[in-house]
Ligand binder design. Structure first.
Ligand SMILES: C[S@@+](CC[C@H](N)C(=O)[O-])C[C@H]1O[C@@H](n2cnc3c(N)ncnc32)[C@H](O)[C@@H]1O
Length: 252
């Protein structure tokens, strides 16, 4: 882990405190450092899901609720969306935004850990995680939890930073991530090192194929990914196998 966060508890504590501290400026900072691109990527993520009006959606590591609000739009007034995050500060903003968007009755936001979801088995038709899985101490545990709470045949879409496949773009992106982005991030978020943690954690995150393999090991099938900007970010999609279907994956 970057920044010398030696232990798992240290990482969990740092992540929780850091997101709590930047919550009130998180949306602004995201808009600044991604030049608004993150919104289009989130829309693309939700478009990949077969989620119908009246359906049940879950957004884990929901932050201020961008993906949850997009899911709410998809499921409509008869549907249900749950957003889960460790940070109460983030959740407070998500609730406010859902109310302002007229989806306060569709969305419920609750504090929780992605690795131990206080949700029933097979309760959701689709789930999303946006720029969150990288921050979880044991991502494989979170993926197994996501599989558990999806109904058989339900889909998971994970939007996460990844590895640019274009050599020149990769160099430029590296330069941006370790110079301009931390500076812009510090300016917009007013947090000393949150946007130093970001590029370091991205560098340590598995590439597209390694993360796809992690999804398969967690019990997802039909796993595929879509590169965004040649792989600066990627959307991975996997399906919980239909019931009775034993996926050929290793159990930890
Ligand atoms: C980079 S933000 C992404 C927020 C939102 N999904 C988005 O795309 O804008 C990551 C979020 O994950 C949350 N988070 C980190 N570790 C978590 C965990 N173990 N369980 C639940 N949420 C977690 C943080 O509090 C933060 O709100």
């Amino acid at each position: 882990m970057g920044r010398g966060l030696a232990t798992e508890e240290e990482k969990a504590r740092y992540v929780r405190r850091m997101f709590g501290a930047i919550a009130h400026r998180y949306d602004l900072t995201n808009a600044v450092i991604s030049a608004g691109l993150h919104r289009r990527w989130k829309e693309a993520t939700v478009r990949l899901l077969d989620l119908r009006p009246g359906g049940r959606g879950l957004d884990v590591c929901c932050g201020t609720g961008d993906l949850a609000l997009l899911l709410a739009r998809r499921v409509g007034a008869r549907g249900r969306v749950v957003g889960i995050d460790v940070s109460e500060e983030m959740l407070r903003i998500a609730r406010r935004r859902a109310a302002a968007a007229g989806t306060g009755a569709v969305c419920r936001f609750a504090q929780g850990d992605a690795e131990a979801l206080a949700l029933p088995d097979a309760a959701f038709d689709a789930a999303t995680v946006g720029f969150g899985i990288r921050n979880v101490v044991h991502p494989a545990s979170a993926l197994r939890e996501l599989r558990r709470v999806l109904r058989p045949g339900g889909q998971l879409a994970v939007l996460e930073f990844s590895r640019p496949r274009h050599a020149v773009l990769a160099r430029l992106y590296d330069l941006y991530s370790f110079t301009l982005m931390p500076w812009l991030g510090r300016l917009a978020s007013r947090h000393a090192d949150a946007y130093l943690y970001l590029p370091t954690s991205i560098r340590e995150w598995p590439d597209q194929d390694a993360f796809a393999a992690m999804l398969v090991r967690a019990g997802f099938e039909r796993v595929c990914y879509h590169n965004l900007l040649t792989g600066i970010a990627a959307i991975h999609v996997g399906t919980r196998p239909p019931s009775g279907h034993a996926p050929g994956v290793a159990r930890p």
